[in-house]
Ligand binder design. Structure first.
Ligand code: CA
Length: 287
């Protein structure tokens, strides 16, 4: 199936299952974001905790029932980069009129700050940046970005991609076909989906460190998004969530749940995970 028709094909039983990303379908309903990522959402560890042991998967599958599919997580990219910019971003003002390849809810948030979001397929990013049709583009992270060669057409490589603290990929199963399966077959699919989920994240975590070094050798200039810009984006995100939630009870229900879970995770994270990582990053730089 063409990439963006995988859900429809599974819903109407043209195929029995598909591997896709839930957030490709935010045009049908923005609630689809939560199966993959939402801006200022959960990191990869946290989203798996939410899916498997935090009630997230049950909550999402109540929603997916409306689309006649059952969902299991099937891969994760980990935290993504903020993307490639032809000019440096020093203030929020620098976003004004910036044409950026960024899709979905993140694009709507950026638009509140003056960005002109563009939807482009992966293969169209390089020529658009090269010609200057766009000024910036986000894709995934070092390993995938290097394959597109974006360092040759935009020098500044920003982080973090606050719209994708992680991105979870998705298996959708036609609901009736899933229900027809014997329990032990369902268990096999649960196990294989979980294996795919683990393996993709491990693969990215193993490959991104080398890819980021090779991008820097090839001329990429790493830049952290200014805090002032992050704060403005965070504020715009909360406004957008209020707006969508006021009209869409499914969105509000899942967002409230995921947000509360994320906040409690960070309460725990700041004690051991964050302090350990912070110490180790500094110890490594000291040699
Ligand atoms: Ca991305």
């Amino acid at each position: 199936m063409p990439g963006l028709q995988a859900l429809d094909a599974t819903q109407n039983k043209t195929v029995e299952m598909c591997h896709t990303a839930s957030y490709y379908y935010v045009g049908k309903d923005p609630t689809f974001a939560f199966g993959s990522a939402f801006p200022f959402g959960l990191n990869a560890r946290m989203i798996n905790a939410w899916f498997y042991h935090g009630g997230g998967l049950e909550l999402l599958n109540e929603f997916y029932k409306k689309y006649n599919v059952y969902m299991l997580p099937g891969g994760n990219t980990g935290g993504q980069m903020g993307g490639w910019f032809r000019k440096e971003i020093k203030t929020v003002q620098d976003l004004q009129g910036l044409k950026m390849r960024i899709a979905g809810i993140a694009g709507q948030i950026m638009a509140k700050l003056g960005v002109v979001p563009q939807q482009l397929a992966g293969g169209d990013i390089y020529p658009a940046l090269e010609k200057g049709t766009i000024d910036a583009a986000e894709w995934v992270g070092p390993y995938d970005d290097e394959k597109l060669g974006l360092q040759k057409v935009a020098q500044y490589y920003y982080y973090p991609g606050w719209w994708e603290g992680c991105a979870s990929l998705t298996f959708f199963y036609n609901q009736e076909k899933w229900n027809e399966l014997p329990k032990n077959y369902q268990a096999v699919l649960r196990s294989t989906a979980a294996q795919a989920n683990l393996d993709m994240l491990a693969n990215y975590d193993a490959k991104n460190p080398k890819a980021v070094q090779s991008l820097v050798k090839a001329g990429a200039q790493l830049r952290r998004f200014p805090n002032e810009m992050m704060d403005a984006c965070y504020k715009a995100a909360q406004e957008l969530y209020e707006e969508i939630g006021a009209k869409n009870p499914d969105f509000k229900k899942v967002h409230d749940h995921a947000k509360a879970f994320r906040n409690e995770e960070y309460l725990w994270w700041q004690i051991v995970e964050y302090t350990y990582d912070d110490y180790m990053v500094r110890a490594r730089s000291r040699g």
